[in-house]
Design a protein around this ligand. Sequence first.
Ligand SMILES: [Zn+2]
Length: 127
Amino acid sequence: MSGDTRRPEALIDAAHGCDFLVHEVFVHRAMSVVPGVREAATIEAAASCHTAIEEVGPIAAAARAGALLLTHIVPPAADPAMLVAEVGRAFAGPVIVGEDLLPVDIATGLVAWHGLTARQPGLHRHG
Ligand SMILES: [Zn+2]
């Protein structure tokens, strides 16, 4: 599981072959300057300590993760379909777009979402 980070080579090594990689994602092009609220320098500072979406799929692929859960999504309003499509270019496994209070049972591979429960096959490869 990543926290705020640039492309984390040590995490890729530590996560190698993991069932489930939880990773933050930063969508630079979705961060616009809002005068008086968010300046360009603020955006660049945030970009400097987060992982760009272009890198997240390759990181998950390099780690040979069974599944990928995106968390700490910046900006939070980023389109979930876009996130899945973009990381899916490099990562072939299941991708889950995280949200607050999303329960994921690592042991069973069950993900509950809005009253529905699904099993992520990538979370249960060894069963
Ligand atoms: Zn952060």
